[in-house]
Write a protein that binds this ligand. Structure first.
Ligand code: HEM
Length: 375
């Protein structure tokens, strides 16, 4: 998508797409505004969105504006602070090691299928108190919802969607009877102004945590392995200076953003760049383009581990800033550290040609066949 973004930033940075009626936004400053000015650019879904996913997420955090948004967010934010998340590090490391134990001493494997895909699912499933035997279904549901968000849902997506709701409803009922130390139990116990969350709100929360955290983190890990191996010397540098890894991951978030775009709706008529956006318009803020805008980043099209500290928009900006960012960063750091240590001389196989995840919003390799040498 990058040559397209560049062309749009230069020729039509705020572009009215006649076909869809949506406004597409490509420059860093404009994307920053659209994501953060929540009074002008609302996250609320349009009332006419009666799709299954539209209804499921209507009451959820990501589609709510302040002041309701702040109340909802406060219910779960405790579970996702850097401190709370750091406590998960030993368990994340253990899961990572188990997944890597299945790799041969030397050989080839699909790093997405064997590591980047299962790791975030297992972690979020454990946080939500989902039994281990249900995890595979869990992942299928998350994929099905991601494909509805992108509009290419098939028949099976329909069935999976219904199955997921049934499953969460039964989990909610079970936790109501016997609470545990998991997020679902915490949400059940929570109150806003003396009111408990409704069942649709609880369902929306469960589905959001499932979708928001899985494919995104999978893609971050996949994009990082791809980027490190494409840039000669990077793997060696990171092995020699492991303290560089967090910054190297931030640069991957900028360079290949796992979430390329987010939607908003104009609450009132407003100017953006030199365009007047009518009230009610839907906007797509292209995060992937903002993060390559040369007005904001020198040599924006280059991956550079030594780039001075910078501010990317990969986790969004403002009140909706990714709740799971500390968790995603921690999972990526642990997974990538282990990959570098346990798969020496790792490189990505050129054949078959890499396929990308089939979505305009979520961005990463579908498979990542890698090879390595014996330690
Ligand atoms: C919000 C990206 C991982 C949970 C967001 C937003 C972005 C984003 C761009 C802002 C949406 C908006 O402004 O409308 C990412 C990326 C991830 C990642 C790139 C991985 C690399 C996670 C994880 C979780 C999570 C691991 C949870 C387990 C959420 C939630 C929101 C959110 C709940 C909504 C927050 C709100 O509306 O207040 N994420 N995310 N994300 N993310 Fe993430």
């Amino acid at each position: 998508p990058y040559p397209h973004y560049e062309a749009m930033r230069e020729t039509a940075p705020v572009f009215h797409d006649e076909q869809t009626g949506m406004w597409q936004v490509f420059k860093y400053d404009d994307v920053h505004r659209v994501l953060s000015e929540h009074a002008t650019f609302s996250s609320q879904r349009p009332d006419d969105d009666q799709s299954e996913t539209g209804r499921l997420f209507a009451a959820s955090l990501i589609n709510t504006d302040p002041p309701r948004h702040r109340q909802l967010r406060s219910l779960v934010s405790q579970a996702f602070t850097p401190k709370a998340v750091d406590a998960l590090a030993p368990r994340i490391a253990e899961i990572t090691e188990e997944l890597l134990d299945a790799f041969a001493p030397a050989g080839t494997a699909d790093l997405v299928k064997e590591l980047a895909y299962p790791l975030p699912v297992i972690v979020i499933a454990e946080l939500m108190g989902i039994p281990a035997e249900d995890r595979d279904r869990f992942k299928l549901w998350s994929d099905a919802i991601v494909s509805t968000v992108t509009g290419d849902q098939g028949e099976s997506g329909h069935a999976l969607h219904g199955e997921m709701i049934e499953y969460f409803l039964s989990m909610i009922e079970q936790r109501r009877r016997t609470p545990g130390h998991d997020l679902i139990s915490a949400l059940l116990a929570a109150e806003i102004d003396g009111q408990q969350l409704t069942v649709p709100e609880l369902l929306g929360f469960c589905a959001l945590l499932l979708v928001a955290g899985n494919e995104t983190t999978t893609n971050l890990i996949g994009n990082a392995v791809l980027t490190f191996t494409e840039h000669p010397g990077t793997v060696e540098r990171l092995l020699a200076e492991p303290e560089l890894l967090p910054h190297a991951i931030e640069e991957v978030l900028r360079y290949r953003s796992p979430v390329q775009a987010m939607y908003r709706a104009a609450a009132a008529e407003t100017m953006l760049g030199d365009q007047s956006i009518p009230a009610g318009s839907v906007l797509i803020a292209w995060i992937g383009s903002a993060n390559r805008d040369p007005r904001q980043f020198e040599r924006a099209e280059e991956y550079d581990v030594d780039r001075p500290p910078f501010h990317h928009l990969a986790f969004g900006q403002g009140v909706h800033f990714c709740l799971g960012a500390p968790l995603a960063r921690l999972e990526a750091r642990i997974a990538l550290q282990a990959v570098l240590a346990r798969l020496p001389g790792i490189s990505v196989l050129a054949e078959p040609p890499l396929e990308r995840v089939d979505s305009t919003i979520v961005f990463g390799p579908k498979q990542l066949p890698v090879t390595w040498q014996q330690a």
